[in-house]
Write a protein of this length. Structure first.
Length: 527
């Protein structure tokens, strides 16, 4: 622990100290010593306490760089201006032995604090223990969040209602809530906090009532957590920035050596998932090893979702928050950030009893937060993650073409379009479409009717007149008239299942061509 003369001055304010030249002192102090009257040699790594009766203006300590706490009447300004000594002056109205004992206690306080932090690391007592130890020095609320703004630890000595709304969320809910996050995103504070490369800094975002010392915990040049200390119970001292940096070093060591973090959330786990997404071959024993920490099995049923954020979330570096928020919100899922997108892996065995509900909740969550999503089909081999990542990506890309007003796209709804897309590059699929269907579309185009749509509704409702009329919002008799009109325009044999299948496939091809090219291209096939 680098104890400086400024740190001592901060903790003896009850003696109204006067500082001279101390701002230039860079020495780390080891202990307090009593200055002898005839002493001529001094160690720059100690601070000396002297009474006025033991020192005069010609004393050697005043002629060199040394650390002095002077007890007595004020030294002359001329002497102070010309002395290279770092001096704290204390008036003689206080008891000398009280001053000596209090300064000695400061050294004990900091040294014991460092020893406690070291013992906590050695005995692997965890992050909460480090925060509990830190509170003894700071005497202010301390919180530690992961990069997803999920609470890792907080000062238990501070009640949940003692600070503000943001603190209450951190303490009671275990994470910053959407109200706080959206405010941080909109103001640019979130991006500032997590992009900041300073060791520690003081900030007062408008979202918080109090000023705070903030610092990013970094491991291997990556931010892994965020440390905050709020100025509530006592004012910040200059040395609190240095002490925050010391605490951060111990927190980084604790996180880096935590096996569960490494296996389920840390860089090793993310690299494991990233390798699988990139189609890197992975031994089944390694897959089993990592999944065991989650209570998963390689042969469980899974599906994979890719969620592409809006630009605001990306610029605000809010992906980490969404990533961890989802873990708290849903059971049986794990998330990572991959290529600036969220990858959500859903264990369907754990979600078996409410599988559809879980998917619907995910769908609603991402729609509310303006993400574009692609969902794969289910699979039973975790090593095939790359294949189903491609499925979810394909669903997203095709979905945006076919249904641009939607935000959530499931592969099973767009698999046929993928077949069409793949074939269309090699075969002119319009030539294979049902010619009568193109003729019907042409009739609508010339006569401003909607028979093409009516037929599609009729076939998708299994030729139910009642359901089709209901969907179109017209009377059943009106719909019967339209079907008869359609059959008059073009003679379809709707009792022939193969012809119906040909018509339905043609609808999909025409829709794809219309969305990727133009209606004119479709109609040109009647020429």
């Amino acid at each position: 622990m680098n104890i400086s003369i400024q740190m001592i001055a901060e903790r003896i304010q009850q003696y109204n100290p006067t500082l001279n030249n101390t701002e230039n002192c860079s020495y780390t102090l080891k202990s307090l010593k009593y200055l002898k009257k005839d002493q001529s040699q001094f160690d720059a790594f100690h601070v000396y306490l002297a009474e006025s009766s033991d020192i005069d203006k010609n004393h050697p300590i005043l002629q060199q760089e040394a650390n002095l706490i002077y007890y007595g009447n004020q030294l002359s300004k001329d002497l102070l201006d010309n002395s290279p000594c770092y001096i704290i002056q204390i008036e003689p109205r206080f008891e000398f032995h009280d001053i000596y004992n209090d300064i000695s206690s400061i050294f004990d306080l900091f040294n014991n604090w460092e020893n406690e932090l070291q013992e906590s690391i050695i005995n692997q007592r965890g992050l909460q223990d480090l925060i509990d130890i830190a509170f003894k020095i700071f005497q202010n609320p301390i919180y530690l969040l992961d990069t997803h703004l999920i609470t890792l630890a907080w000062s238990k000595e501070i009640g949940e209602d003692e600070v503000d709304y943001a603190w209450k969320c951190i303490v009671k809910e275990g994470h910053a809530d959407m109200r706080v996050i959206n405010s941080l995103i909109n103001s640019g504070t979130l991006k500032f906090l997590f992009d900041n490369r300073k060791a520690s800094f003081v900030i007062r975002p408008k979202e918080f009532r109090y000023k705070g010392i903030e610092m990013n915990i970094r491991i291997d040049h990556q931010t892994v957590a965020h440390l905050g200390i709020l100025e509530i119970r006592k004012p910040f001292a200059d040395s609190d920035l240095y002490l925050t940096e010391q605490l951060a070093k111990y927190i980084a060591v604790s996180i880096k050596t935590d096996p569960h973090y490494q296996k389920t959330q840390g860089p090793l786990f993310e690299r494991f998932i990233t390798d699988l997404l990139g189609n890197t071959a992975c031994d089944q024993r390694i897959i089993q090893h990592y999944l065991n920490y989650l209570g998963w099995q390689p042969t469980d049923p899974y599906c994979l979702l890719i969620a592409v954020p809006n630009q605001d979330a990306l610029l605000a570096n809010a992906l980490g928050y969404y990533c961890s928020y989802l873990k708290k919100l849903f059971v049986g899922i794990n998330t990572i950030i991959y290529d600036n997108n969220l990858i959500v892996i859903i264990n369907l065995r754990i979600n078996m009893n409410f599988q559809d509900t879980a998917i619907e909740k995910l769908k609603e969550f991402f729609k509310q937060n303006n993400f574009e999503c692609g969902l794969s089909t289910s699979f039973y081999d975790f090593s095939l993650l790359s294949k189903f990542y491609s499925e979810s990506t394909a669903a997203l890309e095709l979905g945006k073409i076919i249904d641009p007003d939607e935000l959530f796209y499931s592969y099973r709804d767009y698999a046929v379009y993928l077949i069409i897309q793949s074939s269309y590059k090699q075969v002119d699929l319009l030539k294979l479409c049902h010619r009568g269907l193109i003729k019907l579309l042409s009739y609508d185009h010339k006569n401003h009717t909607d028979f093409y749509k009516c037929l599609h509704v009729y076939l998708t409702n299994n030729k139910s007149l009642v359901e089709s009329a209901k969907e179109l919002g017209i009377h059943r008799n009106t719909f019967v008239y339209r079907i008869d009109k359609i059959m008059h325009i073009i003679n379809f044999d709707l009792k022939n299942n193969k012809e119906v299948l040909h018509i339905m496939f043609s609808y999909l091809v025409i829709e794809y061509v219309e969305k990727t090219s133009s209606l004119a291209k479709v109609l040109s096939y009647l020429d």
